[in-house]
Design a protein around this ligand. Sequence first.
Ligand SMILES: Cc1cc2nc3c(=O)[nH]c(=O)nc-3n(C[C@H](O)[C@H](O)[C@H](O)COP(=O)(O)OP(=O)(O)OC[C@H]3O[C@@H](n4cnc5c(N)ncnc54)[C@H](O)[C@@H]3O)c2cc1C
Length: 401
Amino acid sequence: MTNSRSVFQPSTQSELVQFVADNATNAKRHLLPIGGGTACRDANSDDVIEVRLDGLNRVIDYPARDMTITVEAGIRIAELNRILATENQRLPIDIPQADQATLGGVIATNWSGLRRFGCGTMRDYVIGISAIDATGRRFSAGGRVVKNVAGYDLCKLLVGSNGELAIITQVTLKLRPLPETSALVGLGFDSPRQIESLLARLMSSATRPMAIEVLNPHAKLNSLAEAQSKRFLLCIGYEGAEREVRWQVETLIAEAQPFEPRFSKSLIGSDAEPVWNGLTDFVLIGESPAARSPLTFKASLPPSRTIEFMQLATEAGISAKAHAGNGVVLGHLPGSVTTAIQAEAVLKSLCELSSSCSGGLSVLRCPHDWPIAPQAGGITAGREWSERIRQQLDPLGLFRR
Ligand SMILES: Cc1cc2nc3c(=O)[nH]c(=O)nc-3n(C[C@H](O)[C@H](O)[C@H](O)COP(=O)(O)OP(=O)(O)OC[C@H]3O[C@@H](n4cnc5c(N)ncnc54)[C@H](O)[C@@H]3O)c2cc1C
């Protein structure tokens, strides 16, 4: 069943169960679940079996009137979106490289994008899940209806489990209707403090933003280049019925006037698409030839400390973008950083700031030979508890950590 590169690619869930059970009894080799491989960096390592899940991509049930769908976890996000669009529905999570990334990978990484502010994360959409533990046991939680609470915690446990607890094979999702239109307002400011004051004002805004993004002057977004020109940029997104969206855009621009933006631009419908896409794909910028960066990180901290973090990142020459309403920041170190020691020095104050407010910083990408801890700071509570769950699902320690 394995080829010389130790790749196993099942085409049915039963085949996968059989393979994992055999491995646990006989070879006991390490297993690395892989969906689209967009976030996997060590897939070529020799001592693991890559379990490629993109062959498990069937739609099991799509009762569109119930606004739920049950699919196998290897389905590509672009394909899932295409199927949902036929019923005017969607999963409102922004995923980069959607034609490659799989649903299982999104759930395992708990990746979320700019609509997180208005629409939440995968934890809000997974209502049922089936998975296989390291011994080959199949287990399920939740169900196919929205009002189902049995096993709910196991659904949440596997969201963000990074392929370290079980292989996710099948998922039931709660869906949302596709909005009639969307809009983005870009506001340029000389000082991040002006943005901080406007963010506070937004808490009592008459509008209901879907996305609140802040880019620092090093973070270039082609579609809004003229608005940026060495400024901090605040991007606010809206979705809904056409009239309602237009009203929200006008209201926001009026509410922002007292904060004296140096630039303001609003884009509606298809004009806004390239900006939504640019903001979604920001994590890829570090790998583009034009802005190659040695290291990409993600930090989490209370939303009230985000602007302070963005200021520190700017001083360090980092290209950074924040989901300012949620306190999540993505950053690319500048190309002038060429060694792990330099990278650690640049990240030091950012790690200190995030851990001082119970947040954390994790490295998403850096050269393989840099001895940098993937997690710096972060919340340690609950580790003992999660170790106990690991013992139950993976007693032989076969899933790669
Ligand atoms: C560390 C990290 C780095 C990232 N880097 C990039 C990037 O460079 N470019 C980009 O476009 N996006 C990146 N992302 C975002 C990523 O695209 C999304 O998280 C995406 O949804 C991953 O989907 P995938 O199918 O490609 O997952 P993969 O890359 O195949 O896997 C990601 C993780 O999920 C696990 N996994 C995958 N499928 C399953 C399954 N069925 N059951 C259990 N575990 C599973 C893998 O073991 C791995 O730990 C990154 C995310 C993270 C957390």
